[in-house]
Design a binder for this molecule. Sequence first.
Ligand SMILES: NC(=O)c1ccc[n+]([C@@H]2O[C@H](COP(=O)([O-])OP(=O)(O)OC[C@H]3O[C@@H](n4cnc5c(N)ncnc54)[C@H](O)[C@@H]3O)[C@@H](O)[C@H]2O)c1
Length: 325
Amino acid sequence: MSRENFSITPIIVKFIKQVAIFFPMKAFVTGGSGFIAFPLVKRLLDDGHSVRVLDLKEPPIRYPKLEFLNKSIMDDISEDIRGSDVVFHFAAILGVDNSDKHPLDTMRINLEGSVNVFKSAIEAEVKNMVYSSSSEVYGEPRELPIKEDSVKGPVSTYGVSKLASEIYAKAFNQEKGADIKIVRFFNVYGPGQENNWVVPIFINKAMKNEPITVFGNGNQTRCFTFVEDISDGVMKVFEKGKTGEAYNIGNNHPTTILELAQIVKEVTKSRSEIIKLGFGKDTRLKEREIEYRIPDISKMKEIGWQPKTMVRDGVKKILESMRKN
Ligand SMILES: NC(=O)c1ccc[n+]([C@@H]2O[C@H](COP(=O)([O-])OP(=O)(O)OC[C@H]3O[C@@H](n4cnc5c(N)ncnc54)[C@H](O)[C@@H]3O)[C@@H](O)[C@H]2O)c1
């Protein structure tokens, strides 16, 4: 084998997996049947750990070391958490528009539910936790790229519920000696995402050759982050992150919504027309649209993570997964 072809990485990965098999962890994952957490659950299982998923819906696939608890994060769950090595807290009610329609339910599940998870874990003497927050805590950014300590100004009930839970997490760290790390995801997409998010909406329209519509003139940017990059980032923060610190996990290469529509159209070889809807009462109010959102990911780079999958490849991977299923 030539020196150029030889890579040490697979050997290290294999070694880490073997170590995990000798020192398996027990992970407790709330919302573990969901779009983002399930790939993390699979990854933990692949690495030889056992996982207890707490969710209101069944995981899409069952595995031998995967235990499912059909319970809510609002329930009495301390005894369910006892004996775990780490809690990954992902369960939430999602979506900016949805949360504005149901503000009290959003605050109850996302804030009260999160406080219940943190308290129950501490009661069960499990101090290691990772809390999944969102780029929505920043609202319309005051500076770009957005650093973890940039000004926060959520413009939706969802964003408020996420920021309030972060503040509780920090208080539990300070007052109860917990070790809750915060991960803020930026526009996640990937296989299995429900059809009310922009990437699957565009893919479905393109596959039917139906018009793809964009709000405004489509020049608003997002940093679409592939779901497997998110799992890698969460594991990095769990292993190497500092207590109480927040980490932006996002793709730092922005894509405009118009570019996304064009990429989807090209990759699916679609004849769809791309239509700019403008802003307004019947589409989306301009003041509710975040124009630019780009994460500063220096903190993640310091602990050895950066995104691997760019949008065109991510869309291709979604299509591959749709063909297989
Ligand atoms: N999707 C994104 O772009 C994005 C961006 C930033 C942050 N996040 C955060 O990531 C986490 C996971 O999001 P997702 O996109 O996988 O959403 P998802 O809806 O696919 O997953 C959430 C899971 O939580 C479960 N759940 C909801 N209420 C519950 C309750 N009361 N008790 C127990 N389980 C409950 C749901 O059944 C679901 O399986 C959430 O905390 C979300 O706020 C997501």
